[in-house]
Design a protein around this ligand. Sequence first.
Ligand code: RAM
Length: 393
Amino acid sequence: MRTTATKTVRGEGARLAALRLLLILAVALVGAGLGTLRAPARVTAQDANTSCAGEPIGAGAGAEATGSPAAGSPAASPDAGASPAAGGADLNVAFLPKDTTNPYFVTAATGGEEAAAEVGGQFQQVGPASANAAEQVTFIQTLTQQRVSAIAVSANDPDALAPALREAIAQGIKVVSYDSDVAPDARQIFVNQADSEQIGRIQVQILGRLLGCEGEIAILSAASTATNQNTWIGFMEDELAKPGYENMTLVETAYGDDDPQVSFDRTVELLTAYPDLGGIISPTTVGIAAAAAALEQEGRGGDVQLTGLGTPNQLREFVQSGTIQQFALWNPVDLGYLAYQASAALVAGTITGAPGETFEAGRLGSYTVGENGQVVLGPPFIFTAENIDQFNF
Ligand code: RAM
C-alpha cells in the first residue's frame, strides 16, 4: 500500500511537474503573443518613453503627462472647500456643450451637477443634439433672455458664437468657455482640460512610437471649425515638422463632425484613399470610437494603428481587441466640476478673469487664472491595456 501510495504520490508529483512546465510554457507563449499584439511589427527598438524627436513623451509646458486623471467617478466630499459666497438663488449656471448627446459632455455635466450641489447653486445643461454652432447661438440668446447667472460653453466655432456671448456679457451674465474656447473677448475664463500644446504633441508622439517613426498617417477630427481640435492639430503639425519625423507623412485631415456615422464613413474613405495608411490620430472621443469600429469592420484593426483622445468606457473593448494600444484624455467629470466652480467664482466676484487671480475649486483645490484668462485642469493622461480598467467614465 505504502509503495503504491508512494508511487501514486511520485506519479502525481511527476504529473504536477509536467503540468507546471506546461503552464510555464503556456504563459510564455501567451506572453509572446500579447507582446506581438501590443507591439506592432513596425516598432523599432526605440525607447518606449521617447518620442521620434528624441524627447520625453508628454513633456513640455512643464507638466507630467503620466499623472492620474483622478477617480473615475469621484464622490463628492460634503465639506470639500466649497465657495460659500457663490451659492444661493443667484447662482444659476447653464452648460452649453458642443452637443448634448456626446457621452463626453454627458459625463462632464455630472461634474457640473456635483459642484452645483456643493456650492448650493442650480445647474442645467442645454444644447443642440448634434455639434452645430448656429444652434448654439440660439441657445445663448435664450439663456441670455432667461438671465441665467453664468453660461459655460464648449464652442463648435470660436467666432460664430462670439457676438451672442458678448451680448450676454453686456447684460451682466458671466461667460466661461470650457473644453473648446471662443474668441477671448467673448468670455471671461477658459477652462482648458490640459495644456493645448501638450495635448496636440502627445498624440503624434504616441503614434510615432507605435509606427516606429515611419509611414503615412491621417487625422480624423471633429467639426472643421472646432476651436480645441484645430488648436491641437496645429501642434500636431508642428511636432511632425521636428527632426525625427521625416519618414512620417500626414496625408490628410478629415472631419467627422463629432458624429459617429460621419466619423465611421470618413475612416473607411481614408482606408480606401490611402491603401498604405499606417496610422490615424483622432483627437475626438466620438471620432476615435467610430474609427476603431470602422477599422475592425474593415479587418484593419491592429494593422492600421489608431490613437487620439477617447474615454476609457467607450474604448475599453477596442483596447481589449488590440485595435487601440494607447490613447490620451483627462477626467471629463473634473472638467465639468472645474467649469462650474470657475463660473461660481465669477458670479461671486471672487475672480474677474484677470491673470494671477486665484479661486478655490472644491475638491480639486486652488486654481490660478493664467494668461488670457485660462485655467488649466491638469496634465493629459495616457491610457493603456494595463491601466484602463481603473477608470469608469
Ligand atoms: C469630443 C469633443 C470634445 C473634445 C473631446 C476630446 O468629445 O470634440 O470637444 O474635447 O472629444
